[in-house]
Ligand binder design. Sequence first.
Ligand SMILES: [Zn+2]
Length: 165
Amino acid sequence: MKEYSFCPICGASLQTGMIEGKERKYCPQCDFVDYKNPLPVALAIAIRDKDFLLIKRGIPPKKGVWASPSGFIEIGETAEQACLRELKEETGVSGEIVKLVGVVRREDKEIYGDMLIVKYLVKVRNEELNPGTEAEDARFFSVDELPGYYLELFKEVIDEVQNEK
Ligand SMILES: [Zn+2]
């Protein structure tokens, strides 16, 4: 992960010291402390009937991998709003939140480091798919077509969706 060398507020060289029980970088000239927090991500486990809507990621990390639509929660937005916004941006379709599936920690070693992922089950409307700029492709997968890693990651909710009447 990239780190600050200079204070992003005043430009002074950062120093390292023990702050609130942890070694952190801080600015000796102003009050800035370089706290490291996970980045909040909203993720849509998007379904239509019993099929799952995945995107082929067009940007790193994991470029070219089929995954659930997801993205960073912006300032002023709830996790639910971010989830539905990312779904729309990446697939062209809108949806509605069914429920919160869970909140997990994931580490991205490529770029972002620690992420806090808020996962929702989302029912998507019957609209035309139109992958956005951050997706190379978007399509529905039946449970038999889902990639193995995806089945593993979302096993519980996939089983739940399949067993629903
Ligand atoms: Zn400073």
